[in-house]
Each structure stands twice: as structure tokens, then as C-alpha cells.
Design a binder for this molecule. Structure first.
Ligand SMILES: CC(C)(COP(=O)(O)OP(=O)(O)OC[C@H]1O[C@@H](n2cnc3c(N)ncnc32)[C@H](O)[C@@H]1OP(=O)(O)O)[C@@H](O)C(=O)NCCC(=O)NCCS
Ligand SMILES: [Zn+2]
Length: 233
């Protein structure tokens, strides 16, 4: 039985591969012991010193490197590579074949389509004496379509939607829809992503009837919380 000892800000976690199918986690906090359950396919590799939350699904052949942080309710599909120190925040969905390199930070409830490509070195060379990592930020609720490429140093704003196959070379503002190579902003989108809207749409109109039809209650609450925080600023 393999034990992984994982340090979080407030807790010491001990993970045990109980039967190669289930990743059980035990959280010890003062006198209380709470047990969480996650699912990890037997072909997946989770290295030591990974911080894992609750209700996480990790599928076939996925590799999570040390010091990655995977928060609650995250789903990571097959053939995904999560590099050292990457943070994947709660509720995020990562589709097949995505490589997420060090320097990529993912806020809650993002959707990363299949085979999205991230980068973290703007001027790579074999034989460089040193390299500097450039950070990339996915803000809350944003979506990257299948096969999108994200240049290092980019911020994709809250609830922005990047079309399939786009090459993102500039920051994408919140709720903007961007497509193409290079990705250009075409419109705004509502919270559920179904409606294209004019670029000057007021924030209060970004949560519409279609969103209430298509998003679950949790998702609606997260959007509301975000919109209220921006409006109150
Ligand atoms: C970006 C997107 C949301 C736009 O959808 P839409 O508003 O229905 O767009 P339409 O199909 O009506 O196309 C409108 C125009 O944008 C273009 N367009 C649409 N998607 C595009 C894309 N990804 N890249 C470049 N151009 C795109 C169309 O060619 C069309 O151009 P035209 O007016 O010159 O003919 C959709 O095409 C997309 O890429 N979704 C992501 C799907 C995905 O990757 N899912 C991952 C999980 S499976
Ligand atoms: Zn909507």
C-alpha cells in the first residue's frame, strides 16, 4: 500500500491507494477525523505532495506532478498532464489530452476543452542556460474550446469563451467571445454561453433566461456572486 503525505495550508493529509481504484483521503484536524473519497483510475499517476480536495475524478493515463493543487469537484479526463505546482480550482472540468504546464493557474468552474495547449516559455531554445516561466491565468468560469492554443502570459477573463482551434495571443476580457488565429473578440456571451450579445452589454444583462434554463443552481449562484462583486466595485 502506497502512502502519500500531503501538506495543505491548515491540514496534514494522508492519502492511501486502497485498492488501485479508489483514492481515499483522511483529513486529521484536531480531534476530528473526516474521510473524503476521490476516484483515480489505476492507470493514472498522482505524485507525492499533491494537494487533493474532495470529490475529484482522475481518469485513464493522467499524470499529476508534485505540488499540484486540485480542489474539490474537479474532473480531469484521460491523457491529461498536470505539471508541478499547477492549481486547478474547484468545479473545473478538463477534457482529454490537455497538458497544463507550471505557471498556469486555473480559477473555479473553468472548462478546458479537449487537446487545449498551454505554453509557459515565450522564447524557448534547447541549450538555454536558464529559462523564465511566464504565468497564464484562467479566470473564473471561462471556457477554452477544443484545441485552443494559449500563449504564455495571457489572462482569459471571467466567463469568456474561446472558440475551438483559436490561438489566444491577447488577453480576453470577461464575458467576451473570441475566435480565430489570432483570436479576435467577436461579441459578448451570456453566462451560459448560448447567446451572443453586443460588446457594450451591461453586466446585469449577462445573466438571461437561457442561462437560468441551462445552468444549474450552483453555477447561477457563482455567476451572481461574481457579477455582484464587480458591480459593487
Ligand atoms: C465559437 C463558437 C461558440 C461560435 O459558435 P456560433 O456563434 O454558433 O458561431 P457560428 O457557427 O454561427 O459562426 C459564426 C461565424 O464565426 C466563425 N466561427 C465559429 N467558430 C469559430 C472558431 N472556433 N474559429 C474561427 N471562426 C469561427 C464561423 O465560421 C462564422 O463565420 P462566418 O460568419 O464568416 O461564416 C463555436 O463555433 C465554438 O468554437 N465552440 C467551441 C466548441 C468546443 O470546442 N467545445 C469543446 C467541448 S466538445
Ligand atoms: Zn445564457
Amino acid at each position: 500500500m502506497k502512502n502519500l503525505y500531503i501538506i495543505n495550508y491548515t491540514f496534514v493529509y494522508c492519502f492511501q491507494f486502497v485498492n488501485h481504484k479508489q483514492l481515499m483521503s483522511f483529513v486529521v484536524s484536531g480531534e476530528m477525523t473526516v474521510m473524503f473519497k476521490n476516484y483515480c483510475h489505476p492507470t493514472a499517476i498522482v505524485e507525492q505532495n499533491v494537494v487533493l480536495g474532495n470529490n475529484i475524478h482522475i481518469w485513464h493515463f493522467t499524470h499529476i506532478r508534485e505540488h499540484a493543487i486540485i480542489e474539490d469537484d474537479v474532473s480531469i479526463a484521460r491523457d491529461v498532464y498536470v505539471d508541478k505546482g499547477v492549481r486547478i480550482s474547484k468545479g473545473t472540468r478538463i477534457q482529454n489530452g490537455v497538458s497544463i504546464y507550471s505557471g498556469v493557474q486555473i480559477a473555479p468552474y473553468c472548462f478546458i476543452g479537449p487537446h487545449v495547449i498551454f505554453t509557459n516559455d515565450l522564447r524557448p531554445r534547447a541549450g538555454n542556460k536558464q529559462w523564465s516561466m511566464t504565468m497564464t491565468y484562467l479566470q473564473m468560469g471561462c471556457t477554452l474550446g477544443a484545441g485552443a492554443i494559449v500563449k504564455a502570459g495571457i489572462t482569459v477573463g471571467e466567463y469568456a469563451l474561446v472558440g475551438a482551434g483559436s490561438v489566444v495571443t491577447h488577453n480576453i476580457p470577461p464575458f467576451n467571445l473570441a475566435v480565430g488565429n489570432p483570436a479576435r473578440v467577436k461579441a459578448m456571451v451570456c453566462s451560459c454561453g448560448r447567446s451572443n450579445l453586443p460588446l457594450d452589454t451591461p453586466r446585469l444583462e449577462l445573466l438571461r433566461d437561457c442561462c437560468y434554463e441551462n445552468l444549474n443552481e450552483d453555477a447561477i449562484n457563482h455567476v451572481k456572486e461574481y457579477l455582484m462583486s464587480v458591480i459593487n466595485h
